[in-house]
Design a protein. Structure first.
Length: 485
């Protein structure tokens, strides 16, 4: 049974319980039928016993008073006794042997013969009309003895039937109790065997589901076991792969959408260093024949500086757009924020002031590309919220004892118009946006929320209309990442 599937186990378990129920029902029915037969036979024996008592009563009356009516009544009950015996002889075999039945028949016939002879003596018929006292006394004794045998038979048989009925009822009770116990134990065993397998498998799925909710798309080991469990785990693995693929597509599509918005600003940022490089190169060409070496070195230094600036912008843009697997590394938060602001500088009007208050040595353990996408979305939303003029504050602090941090708190705040109260609780829902039609997909903050959860952190939003919006991010520090909790 342990190598069968859950469906077959349930089916066979049901058949087992059904067999136990049917077996118990058949046995109980058989015993109840026997009890019914015994009750019916008991009624016959009771009639036989009562008839024998009536027979003996009129027998005694006849012995005392020698009245003809008592003899006739006695004969009437004798005939009734004989009829009960002859009509129920097959049933008597349930409690009597063939020898005992033949003996009973002889007693019934002997009683009638002795009573007939006694009545004949009383009438003066036997012995040529002479009455013999001793013969009458002997016949009376024989009648009494035969009548006693009849009543004793009725009483003994009645008691035997009652005893047998009690035995059958006790047997029925024992069978019912035994069958109930067997069915209970069988049901408990089947439930335990199936429940343990199913519950353990569900617990495994629950554990993997929690890991997947944190961005760890791990594959479940299918192994050996019931076919249904293996099918479920296989389907779960397919679902995990599909979710991982769709998640990557969703993140990448949102990233590309953000890139499309940033390209104009990045092009502007690249234009400045390229223009400086071009100008310095032209001046250097014009002054190539001159002997002012320091001036030439200064121009070459400007070209190198502006080239490095352009390279950094392009590198940051390429790193952000490249498709990479989720992989955490230790980074300096301030540097990551500055690189993100560099991408957004061309998108932010000059009237928007971005202030950064983050310690230079504050580390975080994150996936660089995805964390940069979080910062980019939140800062870009803040730039859009202030509508061309306003302030954005980016700050962070770490909490913990010693050199390693328990938690890092990142705050991105703006002084824009804020978010209405009814919209705050929906802000992280997919496809929800407060922007005008065509200016937002509604996936940015949804993806931000997912990325933070993948890192084992959390994000909340606080906003009051007219006073701005604050996003607060909590990320695990080094101690929690390394399991020192």
């Amino acid at each position: 049974m342990f190598h069968l599937g859950i469906r077959k186990k349930i089916t066979y378990g049901f058949y087992l319980l059904l067999i136990l129920m049917m077996g118990s029902a058949v046995l109980t029915y058989g015993i109840v039928k026997r009890v019914e037969d015994q009750v019916a036979f008991g009624e016959v024996i009771e009639d036989f016993f009562n008839t024998a008592l009536e027979l003996r009563r009129f027998e005694k009356n006849y012995f005392l008073y020698r009245q003809e009516k008592d003899f006739l009544e006695n004969q009437f009950y004798w005939e009734k006794t004989r009829d009960l015996f002859e009509n129920n002889e097959p049933a008597l075999h349930m409690v009597l042997s063939s020898v005992e039945i033949r003996q009973l028949a002889k007693v019934i016939e002997a009683y009638e013969g002795f009573m007939g002879q006694l009545h004949a003596y009383d009438l003066g018929v036997a012995g040529g009309g002479a009455s013999d006292f001793h013969v009458q006394e002997r016949l009376e004794e024989q009648v009494r003895h035969a009548g006693k045998e009849l009543t004793e038979f009725g009483e003994k048989t009645r008691d035997a039937v009652k005893k047998k009925i009690k035995t059958l009822l006790k047997t029925t009770q024992s069978i019912l109790l035994a069958s109930m116990l067997c069915m209970f134990v069988s049901a408990l065993t089947i439930a335990a065997l199936l429940g343990r397998k199913v519950v353990n498998s569900l617990k495994v799925l629950e554990g993997y589901t929690k890991r997947i909710s944190h961005g760890d798309f791990v594959e479940v080991a299918v192994g050996e076991g019931e076919q249904e469990i293996r099918s479920l785990l296989t389907a779960f693995n397919r679902m995990t792969k599909e979710l991982q693929m769709r998640q990557h597509q969703l993140v990448q599509s949102e990233k590309l959408a953000a890139l499309g918005t940033l390209l104009s600003g990045v092009a502007h940022e690249l234009n400045n260093p390229l223009s400086n490089i071009s100008t310095s190169a032209q001046i250097l060409g014009e002054e190539i024949e001159e002997d002012n070496v320091e001036f030439k070195k200064n121009l070459i230094g400007q070209i190198e500086t502006q080239s490095d600036k352009a390279r950094d912008i392009v590198r940051t843009l390429l790193e952000f757009s490249r498709i990479k697997e989720f992989s955490k590394e230790k980074l300096l938060l301030r540097k990551l924020v500055n690189e993100t602001i560099l991408l957004l500088r061309g998108h932010a009007p000059s009237e928007v002031a971005i202030a950064v208050d983050i310690p230079h040595d504050l580390p975080i353990i994150v996936d660089k590309q995805r964390m940069q996408q979080v910062l980019l979305n939140l800062i870009k939303n803040a730039i859009d919220a202030v509508q061309g003029h306003g302030h954005i504050w980016i700050s962070a602090r770490g909490t913990g004892c010693g050199t390693e941090l328990d938690e890092v708190e990142i705050i991105i705040e703006d002084d824009g118009p804020g978010i209405d109260a009814e919209h705050v609780k929906k802000i992280f829902d997919p496809f929800f946006t407060t922007k005008d039609v065509g200016k937002g997909s509604g996936l940015g903050l949804f993806i931000v929320h997912d990325i933070i959860e993948w890192h084992g952190g959390s994000i909340t939003v606080e906003s009051r209309p007219g006073l701005g919006t604050t996003f607060i991010i909590w990320l695990p520090g080094e101690q929690k990442e390394h399991g020192y909790e």
